[in-house]
Design a binder for this molecule. Structure first.
Ligand code: XMP
Length: 224
C-alpha cells in the first residue's frame, strides 16, 4: 500500500479542502482520494474542526497545511512544530518574511521529515500588486537557497509559472492554485511547468466531486 503521508506525483492534483465541517471534509476526501495526490487544508477547515482533522484526513492522502506561515523565526518554529506533530506532510509558508524565518521553517520541517512550500506569488487578481515579478523571482530564488521542497505559483498566470520554473530549475516542485473557480486551466498550468495543480471549489462544491476531479485528472493525462 502507498505511504499515505508521502507526497508523490501520480495524478498531479491537490485537493484544496476549504469546507468547514468534518463530515463534509471526510466525505469529499473519501470520494476523491484515489484521484488526488494530497489534500490541502487551511484556516477554514482547521478553525472549523480543530487540528485533529489532520490525522483523519491522513488516512486517505498526505495533508498539506496552508497556513501561509509568516512570522519571526521562533513563532514560525512553534507553528510548524504543531503542523508536523499533527501529522501533516507539508506546510505552506510565506517567503517575504526573509531568510531567517524561511530557514527556520525548513529546519523545523526537516526535523519531522516534512516539506516546505513557499508562496512566491498569489493567484488572485490582487496577488501581483505587492508581489511584483522581481520580488516573486527573488522569493523563488530564496526558496531554493534555503532548501524548500517547492514553491506556490499562480495557475491564473501560467506565464509566471514558466518564469518561476526557470528560476528554480528542476530542483524544486511547483504547486499551483487557481484552477477552476479562479479561471486557471490545469493543462496550461502543467504545461507551464507546475508539478501539481491545486483545485478547490470546482471540486468540493460540485454536485459530484468525484466526476469533477476525474475531469481534471483526464485533462492532465492527455498531456502525456
Ligand atoms: P479554489 O477554490 O480557488 O481554491 O480552487 C484555491 C485554494 O488555494 C489557496 N490559494 C493559494 N494558496 N498561494 C497559496 O499558498 C496562492 O497564491 C493561493 N491562491 C489560492 C486558497 O486559499 C484555496 O485554498
Amino acid at each position: 500500500m502507498a505511504d499515505k503521508n508521502k507526497l508523490q506525483r501520480k495524478t498531479g492534483i491537490i485537493l484544496a479542502l476549504d469546507v468547514t465541517d468534518e463530515a463534509s471534509a471526510l466525505e469529499i476526501t473519501a470520494a476523491v482520494a484515489d484521484l488526488v495526490d494530497a489534500v490541502k487544508i487551511g484556516y477554514p477547515l482547521v478553525l472549523g474542526t480543530g487540528l485533529s482533522i489532520v490525522s483523519k484526513l491522513s488516512k486517505y492522502a498526505p495533508v498539506i497545511a496552508d497556513f501561509k506561515v509568516a512570522d519571526i523565526p521562533n513563532t514560525d518554529h512553534l507553528i510548524c512544530e504543531h503542523v508536523f506533530k499533527a501529522g501533516c506532510a507539508a506546510v505552506i509558508v510565506q517567503g517575504f518574511t526573509g531568510p531567517d524565518s524561511l530557514s527556520e521553517c525548513v529546519k523545523t520541517a526537516t526535523a519531522f521529515d516534512g516539506k516546505v512550500f513557499v508562496v512566491s506569488e498569489m493567484s488572485h487578481p490582487g496577488g501581483s500588486y505587492f508581489f511584483t515579478d522581481e520580488i516573486s523571482k527573488e522569493i523563488a530564488g530564496l526558496s531554493r537557497k534555503y532548501g524548500a521542497f517547492g514553491i506556490v505559483a499562480p495557475a491564473t498566470r501560467p506565464e509566471r509559472v514558466k518564469e518561476l520554473r526557470a528560476v528554480i530549475g528542476d530542483d524544486l516542485k511547483i504547486i499551483s492554485p487557481g484552477v477552476g473557480a479562479q479561471g486557471g486551466s490545469a493543462a496550461d498550468t502543467i504545461k507551464a511547468g507546475a508539478d501539481w495543480v491545486i483545485v478547490g471549489r470546482s471540486i468540493y462544491n460540485a454536485e459530484n466531486p468525484r466526476d469533477e476531479a476525474m475531469k481534471v485528472k483526464v485533462e492532465i493525462e492527455k498531456l502525456i
